[in-house]
Design a protein around this ligand. Structure first.
Ligand code: HEC
Length: 146
């Protein structure tokens, strides 16, 4: 009984700790569900590009820009497959939030090293993502544009 209570508390803490980043069975956050049907920002697959994100890349946005900026709640997703491979190895996300911290976006990146592995979130500070993406400030911190 006591063990069950402790287990329950641990479970509650685990869920609370990951609030905002609920993941699907594969470790990818649920908020990107359906991204493959969102408008694509790249005209053709991005090969090379930033070494910060390796592989062959595609970029999708859940909402279109209104003027120069993305609206609140917009989610931009970048996926990558390793060079010459078909399986997904990287999912990087930007979520437009209210406020100005880190360019007004939440930043997360998930990777895996084999097609059967679960994705895990990389331990990179959001400020580091924003610092590099600052170069694309004129396009609301988004490098890829149509
Ligand atoms: C050293 C620079 C650099 C850093 C650090 C970096 N990025 Fe990027 N990122 C880029 C570039 C350049 C692109 C454009 C596509 C490409 O070349 O891969 C990009 C593309 C993206 C995209 C697609 C939208 C866009 O801007 O084109 C997302 C989403 C993204 N990055 C998320 C992240 C996250 C999350 C982090 C931190 C964990 C991060 N990035 C860190 C350089 C960087």
């Amino acid at each position: 009984m006591r063990a069950a209570a402790i287990l329950g508390t641990l479970l509650a803490l685990t869920i609370a700790g990951s609030a905002g980043a609920r993941t699907d069975a594969n470790g990818i956050p649920a908020y990107v569900n359906g991204y493959a049907k969102w408008p694509k920002l790249n005209a053709k697959p991005i090969r090379g590009g930033s070494p910060a994100h390796q592989g062959t890349k595609q970029v999708y946005a859940s909402k279109r820009k209104t003027g120069a900026n993305y609206p609140l709640g917009a989610i931009v997703v970048k996926t990558a497959t390793p060079p010459g491979k078909q399986w997904l190895s990287l999912v990087a996300t930007m979520r437009k939030i209210r406020g100005s911290a880190n360019g007004g976006w939440r930043w997360e990146e998930f990777t895996r090293s084999s097609p059967t592995a679960r994705f895990t979130k990389i331990g990179f500070p959001e400020s580091g993502c924003a610092a590099c993406h600052m170069q694309a400030k004129a396009n609301d911190y988004v490098f890829t544009r149509r």
